[in-house]
Design a protein around this ligand. Sequence first.
Ligand code: SF4
Ligand code: SF4
Length: 449
Amino acid sequence: MKTVKIKKGWQFKITGKPSQRIEERPANTYVASLPEKIPFVKPRLHVQKGDNVKIGSVLFEDKKHSDLKFLSPGSGRISDINYGPRRVIQEVVIALDDNETHEPFNVYSEPVLDEIDRNTLISRLMSGGMWPFIRQLPFRQIADPDFLPNAVWVTLGSADPFQPSAQVYLKDQADFFESGIKAIRRLADTVSICRYDETSDKNDSAANMVTHRILGKYPASDPGVVLYHTKKTASENQDWYIDGQDVIHIGKFLKTGAYPTDRIVSFSDGSSENSFHLKTRMGVRLNDLVSRKTDNQYKRWIVGGVLSGYMSTFDNFLDLYHTSIMIIEESHESELFGFVRPGSKKLSNSRTVLSAASSEPLSINSDMHGEKRPCVNCGYCANICPVDIMPQFTYKSIDADEIEEALAYGLLDCVECGLCSFVCPSKIELSDFLINAKHRYHKELNQIV
Ligand code: SF4
Ligand code: SF4
């Protein structure tokens, strides 16, 4: 087993790390699929309002790859199809039946999985809604089935303590995890199973399969970071990756012949008593995840991680990829003479703030502690970036429309962790800027090809 130690990053110091406790939170009445949250996919709908669907019925496909299907996480009636600006399909909402039914898929025994032909497997995973879980670096789009990667990276555990613990989602799922890995081994010659060491149990079912032990601060466990620090040739830049929980889904799909909809989600409201893991399902309405409903409606919901996730609300649904929910206080009050206060309660990476002297976790709210200003060339963003980009210069190149220069600074190595924005004293949303530029560049490339 190799040990990979990542030096740069940020040690989380936020209250409310989810405990290993699991509570059941089924979906109450509705679930939804969110095409808008699947990067680079142009959906072509297979259903309309009022249609009846089963779990695993096709809701939409990708216009560019019609074999790539996205399936229903619930059985019932399509109650709404919600559109955003420019007719972007945001949500396909399903009103759940009391007795849900499944579409049947093929069941594969272990010996068949050992022998299955790569193209057949890809075709089954694409039609069975499993392929979107396999993603491709550096753009993080759904893996191109016509491409043969050097390796598939499997991620177990996270350096972000607010993401689901591998120990929790692996519990009682060893067989499915092993079957999922067996299938993934048919896709590439190398499968690297990376365990982030501080969150995982060394004796769980995956222990003897791990190939890389990852050490370091956030975002050390990100496959893009691990690849950046281990790759030997540029051809590895397009390797594939998948989260451990999704490997279990693939194993379950192949072994049971049903589209699996269960999800382990980490949940935190900043307190120790209300921060734990939830056993729920894909596409659940966020409000179904909390027991105390009313006051949470007026707070900020963050899906996918406090530094790299997005803002949501209690009546939105869980998207296909994200499995962490955090609720924080909204704060719009400016602190009187905040700039001369010592900042003993202020979460910051700066050593000029008193809280830097303590490792005590701090509670957070939505307050930005200031507004956007010009860059002061402090270098904080470059000092923390885990893949050695100089975000301040990359940002200026993008701003000047010099994409080649931004690429030379390492734009494509950006792992979208959000740390540069977090540490910037000028409140420049560097990571958003870089991510948008990466997306634009990807679209440009695809028009050329
Ligand atoms: S540029 Fe920013 S978002 Fe990208 S990897 Fe570096 S710190 Fe993370
Ligand atoms: S952290 Fe912000 S202010 Fe400092 S160099 Fe980077 S972009 Fe400029």
